[in-house]
Each structure stands twice: as C-alpha cells, then as structure tokens.
Design a binder for this molecule. Sequence first.
Ligand code: DX5
Ligand code: ZN
Length: 227
Amino acid sequence: MTFDRSLKIAPSILSADFANFGLEIQAIEDQGCDWVHVDVMDGHFVPNLTFGPPLCAAIRPHIKTVMDVHLMISPVDQYIEAYAAAGADYITAHVEAGAHTHRTMQAIRATGAKAGVALNPATPAGEVEYLLDMVDMVCVMTVNPGFGGQKFIHSQIEKVRQLRAMIGDRPIHIEIDGGVTPETAPLVVAAGADVLVAGSAVFKGGSVSNPAPYGENIRAIRAATVK
Ligand code: DX5
Ligand code: ZN
C-alpha cells in the first residue's frame, strides 16, 4: 500500500470543553476530522499542565479515528508506556525534551505505537536527520508550545520545506502544530505538510449542542489547501 500523504485535520482537544470530552470528540469526528490531537503538558517543559494517562485512557473509547498524543513533557521516557497503554496510536516527543531522542523513539516504537518527533520553533530541521529511519512523523511547532490560540510563526514554513526534502520517499508524515487557520494552512501544505493540528480554528463558534460550526471550520481549512 502506498503511504497516505493526503491531508489530515487533527483538532486539538485543548480547545474543547473540558467537561465534555466524550461528546466533543464525537462531535468533531461526526463533523469530519481525521485524527484527534491530545496535548499533554507538564508545567515544566512547557508552562501549562494538562492530561495524564488516565484521562487519555478515559477518552480513548470515544475516538474512532486516530489518537495522536503530543507529549510536551520532560523527562519523557518513563511515561511512554503509560500513554501507549492508554491507547495512543501516535506518540510524539520533543527533540528538546532530553539528550537521547534516539532512545526515546526506540522506546515509543517498542510499545507498538507510531513514533513522532517534534521540533520547537528555534530548533533546526537538521536535528532530526539521524532519526528519519526510525520515526513515522515529524511535528513542526509553528508556535511556542504551551497554549492554544497563538499566532503562527511564518519562519517555520522554510523548515517544513527542508524537512520535506530530507524525508524524500520515506513513509513519514509532516505535522504542523500551532496557529493553523484557513490563511496559514495552504502555506504549510504547499511546503510539504500533510497533518494539520488545529485547536481554536476548529472549535471556534461551536459546541456539543451546536456542532455544525466545527464542520464548517474543518471544511474551511481543507478547502483553503485545495488549489
Ligand atoms: C500548543 C499545542 C497545540 C495547540 C494548537 O502547545 O501543541 O496543539 O493546542 O492550538 P491552536 O490551533 O489554537 O494554535
Ligand atoms: Zn500539539
């Protein structure tokens, strides 16, 4: 089977109603999202705190698509098995989270999950060069991680281009995380990205009792990327 480089929209539940995760996930999936992105923060690697493994395990049965877990935590290695056991399909760790990202990627794959490596805005593309034969996804942070609703950092588009060239024919997704909107989505897709995380741009204007805006927002991002 050929590798699927078609566009995938991954709403971040960081922008969902925290009292209603099950229904929020059902709503975004019913409204046409491709993956569900879960932002895990530790109040140390990033200045915010979010979801532990039990929360991930609790929402897992509600996800029919793909559970994409983004670990913004350091140290990271000792928590990988717990997030895998919680049902993550993809587990992404940051190259800045520790000195041994190669070992971290091995540890993720050893659980059976797909391995992603994320780069903060200040980190050059070359940091992942020697990891490309052992990862399934590279995540380019287009904001400084920690919060939803921040402004897209345009300098990262060139990084996406460089990564796309480095990846060549390898079966590796390029994911964009932060500030994705109908305005910024076409820029990163043209540069080579195929997974777009979007928090505020998907959840704005909707709710579990009024989910139609989620669908309109997802379709607006998708449509903007089609020439
Ligand atoms: C940032 C998170 C993102 C964030 C995206 O630390 O990793 O996933 O929720 O939010 P928006 O799309 O609102 O920039
Ligand atoms: Zn994220």
